[in-house]
Design a binder for this molecule. Structure first.
Ligand code: B12
Length: 351
């Protein structure tokens, strides 16, 4: 056991790769796996069938099932706070709001590269090859459960990991190592939500069905990104102008207004109105080629043109202004049936 290895990993992760927080722990079965199993049982995952596909549940239950030689898990937080969208823009129904994390290049690739380089540096430090795996978001890992255990934050009523210094605008990622390291637990899980229920009260679709629990089927983030089919008509008006992901439960969180996360911005995200909240009428004009040119390399590629323009059609309907009609006529004539169906619904909202 190398006493100073954990401190060295923390130092390199912060100083060389810009991570804001690092926790290092020996492997243990996931303490809150029961919460996850209940959540699936209640169908809160909607169409995200990959969440309980063969073998993946076991991996979430215990990281050992991903890598039997694993001894240690390093959990890292990377802040992506950039700026807040001004209130007047958020409430401008002619503009479509993108979630903060999507105002530039895709974090998955950027952070994965940082993690792989960090593994190289760990190998240099210990002077030998190390068996390791790196994950950002998409692995069969309950990242929030790990972050909570590593003291990177507490579980907020909006289910976000909230860090008393950073707020909640940070990504989580992990490195699994076959090395033994000294435990390194952070002290940023203090605070908690106490009596505050702002996120629960403000969520337009009432997706926070009880404190700490999200019904993804009602969550605007899920509806605009993960749900590939038609969006239930009753929910469409509630989505207002959110067209890719949703940060409402974070925007209203007091921890985000006081946190110091503002000093750790991700340089690949830009607080530029064209990235944050473009005009819906401009987005409606995007054909396949123009969509690719504009969004290649960004998280928006996940929903493809069809998903984005489906969401844009809803927002145009929610705008409710005659100025939206030419765009909606164009979308109603789109050869993609999903876009056309949502555009016809939107026109009915205006007439
Ligand atoms: C599926 C998923 C979603 C789904 C479901 C979200 C959800 N709340 O479950 C949808 C598409 C809706 C979604 C939306 C978003 N997501 Co998401 N998502 C994931 C993913 C891939 C899995 C999460 C999961 O397993 N959910 C099932 C629930 C049951 O598990 P859980 O939320 O992890 O909760 C665990 C603990 O919190 C604990 N727990 C649960 N309840 C309770 C109660 C108490 C009292 C306690 C003590 C503990 C506890 O048990 C759970 C299981 O261990 C993770 C990445 C990953 N691999 O973990 C990212 C992740 C959670 N998402 C993230 C982000 C940024 C978002 C969005 C902000 C994106 C956006 N702007 O649109 C929104 C936020 C919505 C919200 N309030 O959660 C970040 C969160 C970072 C953070 N600071 O917490 C993650 C970690 C991705 C990453 N690598 O950075 N997401």
């Amino acid at each position: 056991m190398t006493d100073s290895l954990s401190k060295k990993i923390e130092q390199i992760a912060k100083e060389e790769f810009g991570f804001a927080q690092v926790g290092i722990l020996p492997l243990e079965p996931t303490e809150t796996f029961g919460e996850y199993a209940n959540w699936l049982e209640r169908d809160y995952h909607g169409e995200m069938d990959w969440m309980h596909s063969e073998g993946r549940k076991e991996k979430r239950e215990n990281v050992k099932n991903i890598m039997p030689s694993a001894k240690t898990i390093v959990t890292l937080a990377y802040s992506y706070y950039t700026a807040d969208i001004p209130e007047a823009v958020l409430n401008d129904p002619s503009r479509g709001i993108f979630a903060k994390y999507a105002w530039g290049r895709d974090y998955h690739k950027i952070l994965k590269k940082k993690l792989l380089l960090l593994i190289n540096r760990i190998e240099e430090v210990v002077g030998q090859d190390v068996d390791a795996k790196a994950y950002v978001d998409t692995g069969p890992i309950l990242e929030r459960a790990l972050a909570k255990r590593a003291g990177l934050g507490f579980v907020g009523k909006n289910s976000m990991i909230i860090n008393s210094a950073l707020g909640s605008y940070f990504f989580l990622s992990e490195i699994i190592l076959d090395l033994e390291c000294e435990p390194l637990v952070q002290n940023n899980a203090r605070g908690g939500c106490r009596a505050c229920t702002k996120c629960i009260d403000t969520c337009p679709t009432k997706a926070i069905v009880e404190p700490f629990v999200i019904d993804a089927r009602k969550c605007i983030s899920y509806l605009t990104i993960e749900n590939r089919s038609s969006i239930p008509e009753a929910i469409r008006p509630l989505m207002k102008n959110r067209i890719y992901g949703c940060d409402i439960c974070q925007e209203v969180c007091p921890w985000n207004s006081t946190a110091k996360s503002k000093s750790h911005s991700s340089d690949w995200l830009e607080a530029d109105i064209e990235k944050q909240a473009p005009l819906l009428t401009d987005l409606a004009l995007l054909d396949e080629q123009a969509f690719l040119e504009r969004f290649q390399g960004t998280p928006i590629m996940r929903v493809k043109r069809v998903g984005l323009l489906r969401n844009v059609a809803i927002a145009l309907g929610n705008w409710g202004d005659d100025k939206a009609i030419p765009s909606l006529e164009l979308l109603a004539a789109d050869e993609n049936g999903l876009i056309a169906e949502h555009a016809r619904w939107a026109m009915d909202q205006i007439h």
